[in-house]
Design a protein around this ligand. Structure first.
Ligand SMILES: [Mg+2]
Length: 270
């Protein structure tokens, strides 16, 4: 028996299932091992929609249907729809799914009169693109961000994450006048509750698998789920473990081994 026994899986994407456009070693075997379980890929990556994520995995030769993917953009859309007033205007930093979330929330884009700055990830952005957002924040606009992840793990290594963009923006605004940043993605309980509801399980029947202590492990523990850290992503093997995950494993293959072992003990497999 271990924390994986019989539980639904909430799987981080980058640093667990893939590294950018590269499939994680052992991915096909892992997906085969969990085929009989409830699972959902829960990602802070705002650069692709669920359908685009499904196509990315198909291009890698594995099947991960769009309905198995919850992206932060979906949560962002609902947060904006629930919190924005009719006279609010947006300034948007982020790739297509972030702009789509703003549009679907019914929030007009008008950087010169923006009352809400919405930040996701756009790996093609230039520093000069931050200008209108800086102006809006200095006028007192709210700052809504997909997440506070400092780095993004890609096939080319680490790149600045959404949290790094937020930090850059915050550095340009006088601290006393800056309001709190509204983060909607992991480790927010909002995103995990939504994932649990999608799977139809309670937190005590779920385990979060991720490579980030701050977003996956802290968030999973915060909502009351089990937690498994993979140490081949943004958290190096010898990093101080705070919070302490229920299980620490070096790779997806090691996770597959642990799942197959737990299935043996729970009688899922003969
Ligand atoms: Mg990750």
């Amino acid at each position: 028996m271990n924390v994986l026994s019989g539980r639904a899986l909430l799987l981080d994407m980058d640093g667990v299932l893939c590294f950018g456009r590269q499939p994680a070693p052992g991915l096909a075997r892992f997906l085969d091992a969990i085929a009989g379980r409830r699972y959902l890929c829960v990602t802070n990556n705002s650069t692709q929609t669920a359908a685009e994520v499904a196509r990315r995995f198909a291009a890698m030769g594995v099947e991960l249907p769009a309905e198995r993917v919850l992206t932060v953009s979906e949560v962002l859309r609902d947060h904006l729809a629930a919190t924005c007033r009719p006279d609010d205007r947006a300034c948007v930093l982020g790739a297509g799914p972030v702009a789509a979330a703003v549009a679907e929330a019914g929030l007009p884009v008008d950087p010169a009169r923006a009352t809400v700055v919405v930040v996701g990830l756009d790996l093609t952005a230039r520093l000069a693109d931050l200008g209108p957002a800086i102006d809006a924040l200095r006028r007192g606009a709210r700052l809504v961000a997909a997440n506070d992840d400092p780095v993004m793990l890609t096939e080319a290594g680490l790149l600045p994450g959404t949290g790094a963009v937020v930090a850059a923006l915050r550095a340009t605004v006088d601290r006393p006048t800056a309001g709190p940043v509204e983060y909607v993605g992991k480790p927010s309980v909002v995103m995990f509750r939504r994932a649990l509801a999608r799977l139809g399980v309670g937190a005590d029947q779920a385990v979060v698998v991720g490579d980030s202590l701050a977003s996956d492990i802290a968030g999973g523990a915060g909502v009351g789920a089990g937690t498994v850290l993979l140490t081949w992503g943004v958290t190096p093997p010898h990093a101080p473990l705070e919070p302490m995950p229920d299980l620490v494993l070096p790779s997806l293959d090691a996770l597959t081994d642990a799942i197959e072992e737990s299935d043996l003990h729970t009688g899922v497999r003969p």
